[in-house]
Design a protein around this ligand. Structure first.
Ligand code: ATP
Length: 202
């Protein structure tokens, strides 16, 4: 089936925890971040173009892209950032479409942290948002990444705010309890998505 559920949510909301639960139920998961890394793997034309614009110093010794250096280069340089996005966005989109087409489960999940920020709704049949209160989100990310609150808060501010994200959701999974409670919510959504995907293919 080509029924696609887009999974999104803010930093540390629980996207990985949710997608792991779908994987455990046998559902194929396509990850936008993985696709974004694949398109700049050594040997790909995109990497050659990046090296040609920014110089070989944008590469690591082993030929892989130095993602931190690239982030630094395009940070606050609008022209470079726009050039990079124009190069990579169509490639990433094509990579996601290829992987979605290869999915064999009754429906598949597309995990995309920036699904709504990048207006990717047309790629999915349904939008599932993982929702968590900002205080809990902050506490979980600080515990996970061992990073300071100010850094996480800055990332949270740069993302879509909670109300805007919820307004664009078809389904919301509230991740305010245990990981086990989360699994049970995923199971319920799974049953719903199986029905929706079956209706689509009729
Ligand atoms: P990112 O946007 O940074 O990729 P994410 O949305 O994938 O994050 P997770 O990594 O799944 O979020 O969750 C963030 C952290 O909170 C992880 O350490 C995870 O184990 C923990 N966590 C998620 N949900 C729960 C929960 N219900 N109870 C306790 N810990 C949780």
């Amino acid at each position: 089936s080509q029924y696609v559920v887009g999974l999104t949510g803010g930093i540390g909301s629980g996207k990985t925890a949710v997608s792991d639960s779908f994987t455990a139920l046998g559902i194929d998961v396509v990850d936008a971040d993985v696709c974004a890394r694949q398109v700049v793997e050594p040997g790909n034309d995109a990497l050659a173009q990046i090296a040609s614009r920014f110089g070989e110093e944008i590469l690591l010794a082993d030929g892989h892209l130095n993602r931190a250096a690239l982030r630094q280069r395009v940070f606050q340089n609008t022209a470079d950032k726009e050039w990079l996005n124009a190069l990579l966005h169509p490639l990433i989109r094509a990579q996601m479409i290829t992987q979605i087409a290869a999915a064999t489960s009754p429906y598949c999940i597309l995990v995309a942290p920036l699904l709504l920020e990048n207006n990717m709704q047309s790629m999915v049949n349904r939008v599932l948002v993982v929702d968590v209160a900002p205080e809990q989100q902050l506490a979980r990310v600080v515990a996970r990444d061992n990073s300071d609150e100010a850094t996480i808060k800055a990332i949270m501010r740069a993302q879509l705010d909670r109300e805007e994200r919820l307004a664009k959701a078809d389904d919301v999974i509230v991740n305010d309890a245990s990981l086990n409670a989360l699994k049970i919510k995923v199971q319920q959504l799974h049953n719903q998505y199986l029905r929706l995907a079956a209706n689509l293919s009729k």
